[in-house]
Design a protein around this ligand. Structure first.
Ligand SMILES: *Cc1c(COP(=O)(O)O)cnc(C)c1O
Length: 383
C-alpha cells in the first residue's frame, strides 16, 4: 500500500526528486507585474496593485469589500478588534487549528474558549458549541453572552475552515445568533471554497484570508479581510496608521497599525489570482484521484462536506489509528514524499493548558489520525 502510494504521488508530480507538501507555482504574469512595481519605483505602501488586488478579490469572493494587509494573522487581529473584542473577553474557537487563530485572540488581550470540531468538516461543531453554552453560559441584561461562573464576556466565535473544508455554517449561524456571538471566519485556508454556493468568509461580520507562501495562492506574505463597506472602511483606516486623508498634514485619530500589504506583494497576488480558477480545477482533479486511490483501503480520504465545494487546499487521509499514522508518516517522508500530521491541538500548548474548553473528543480523534498529503498544483495544468 505504502509503495503504491509513493508511486501514485510520483506519477502525479512526474518527478523522482523530493516532493513537498505544498509549493507555490509561478507560471503566469508574476514576473511581469512584480517587475512593473520595480520599474515604477512603487514597491511599498503606495501603488495601484493593492487597490487592484482588493477589487479583484472582492469580485472573486462576491464580498462587498476586501482590505489587503501584510499577513493573515494581522488580518485576524484587526478583524477581532473591529468586532470589539477587548481585554478579558473570551472568543470561541477550535483546538484543531493553526496557532495564528489563537495568537490573534491573544493580541486583543482576550482568551480562547475551545469547543470540539465535527469529524466530517474538521471544523468547529455547532452542536458542541450550543451544548457548552447551554451548560455554562447565559445572556445578561445588556444582551451580552457571559460565562455563568466568573461572568466573562464571550464576544465572538472564530471557526476555521480546515484544509479548505467549510464548517457547518447554517447551523453555526443559528447558534451564534441564539447566544449573541459575533461570527468571524478564519478562512485563511479556504480561498475558493464555497458553502451552498457562497464563498467562505462571507458568512459572518468579517472573514479572513491568507496569502502566505503555502496557501492556495500567495503574495509572498499577505492577508485580506472580507467584510461590508462600513467595516471595510474602518479596517483600511486602522491598518494604514489611522491617518486622516490630507495632502500634507499628519493627523492620526487613533492608535493605528502599519499592517499594509506592500505593492510589490500585491502585484504577485494579482498575477496569482488570475490563475486561481486553474489552481482550483487542478486541486479538484488531484483530490478526485486521491479519493479514487484510497477507495477500499484502510485510509479514509478527507472529502468536501455535503453542499460544499472545497478548494482542497491540502489533501488528507484519516488513518485507522495512531500507529498506522506513524507508519505512513515515516515511510513517505523517508521515501522523499513529504507528508505531515495535523497540528497538535492548541489545548496541548503550555499557553493554553488552563484555557476554558468543552469535551474535545473529535479533535483528539482526528489529531491522532490525520495525515496531509502532497497537494501542490499539478504540473499538467501548467503547460
Ligand atoms: C495560514 C493561516 C493563517 C494566517 O497565516 P499568515 O501566515 O499570518 O498569513 C491563519 N489561520 C490559519 C488556520 C492558517 O492556516
Amino acid at each position: 500500500m505504502f509503495d503504491s502510494l509513493i508511486r501514485f504521488v510520483r506519477d502525479q508530480y512526474r518527478t523522482d526528486e523530493f516532493i513537498p507538501l505544498h509549493a507555490p507555482v509561478f507560471r503566469g504574469r508574476e514576473r511581469e507585474l512584480v517587475l512593473d512595481t520595480i520599474n515604477s519605483t512603487f514597491v511599498s505602501s503606495v501603488g495601484a496593485y493593492v487597490d487592484l488586488l482588493e477589487k479583484d478579490m472582492a469580485e472573486f469572493t462576491a464580498s462587498p469589500r476586501a482590505v489587503a494587509v501584510m499577513n493573515g494573522t494581522a488580518a485576524l487581529h484587526i478583524a477581532l478588534k473591529l468586532v470589539d473584542v477587548v481585554p478579558g473577553d473570551l472568543v470561541v474557537t477550535q483546538s484543531l487549528t493553526f496557532v495564528a487563530t489563537c495568537n490573534a485572540i491573544a493580541y486583543c488581550g482576550a482568551e480562547p474558549l475551545f469547543v470540539d470540531v465535527d469529524r466530517h468538516t474538521l471544523g468547529l461543531s455547532p452542536t458542541a458549541l450550543d451544548a457548552w453554552l447551554s451548560e455554562y453560559a447565559l445572556i445578561d441584561d445588556r444582551g451580552d453572552c457571559r460565562t455563568r461562573v466568573g461572568h466573562r464576556r464571550i464576544r465572538a466565535c472564530l471557526p476555521m475552515h480546515t484544509f479548505g473544508h467549510p464548517v457547518e455554517l447554517d447551523a453555526l449561524i443559528i447558534v451564534c445568533n441564539r447566544w449573541h456571538l459575533i461570527l468571524v471566519e478564519d478562512a485563511a485556508e479556504s480561498l475558493g471554497s464555497y458553502y451552498k454556493g457562497r464563498h467562505t468568509g462571507n458568512f459572518g461580520k468579517i472573514g479572513v484570508l491568507s496569502f502566505n507562501g503555502n496557501k492556495i495562492m500567495t503574495t509572498g506574505g499577505g492577508g485580506m479581510l472580507l467584510t461590508d463597506e462600513v467595516i471595510g472602511k474602518r479596517a483600511k483606516h486602522l491598518t494604514t496608521t489611522a491617518k486622516i486623508p490630507h495632502p500634507y498634514e499628519f493627523v492620526h485619530d487613533e492608535v493605528g497599525y502599519n499592517y499594509r500589504l506592500p505593492n510589490l506583494n500585491a502585484a504577485l497576488g494579482c498575477a496569482q489570482l488570475e490563475q486561481l480558477p486553474t489552481f482550483l480545477a487542478s486541486k479538484r482533479t488531484l483530490a478526485a484521484r486521491y479519493i479514487e486511490f484510497f477507495k477500499d483501503s484502510d485510509f479514509q480520504p478527507i472529502v468536501e462536506p455535503n453542499n460544499c465545494s472545497s478548494n482542497y487546499w491540502l489533501n488528507g487521509v484519516i488513518c485507522q489509528d495512531g500507529a498506522q499514522r506513524d507508519a505512513l508518516l515515516k515511510f513517505t517522508n523517508e521515501a522523499g514524499v513529504m507528508t505531515r500530521p495535523v497540528w497538535a491541538l492548541m489545548t496541548r500548548l503550555q499557553l493554553y493548558t488552563n484555557a476554558l474548553r468543552g469535551p474535545l473528543d473529535n479533535a483528539e480523534w482526528l489529531e491522532a489520525r490525520v495525515v496531509n498529503l502532497p497537494s501542490s498544483v499539478l504540473p499538467e495544468t501548467l503547460t
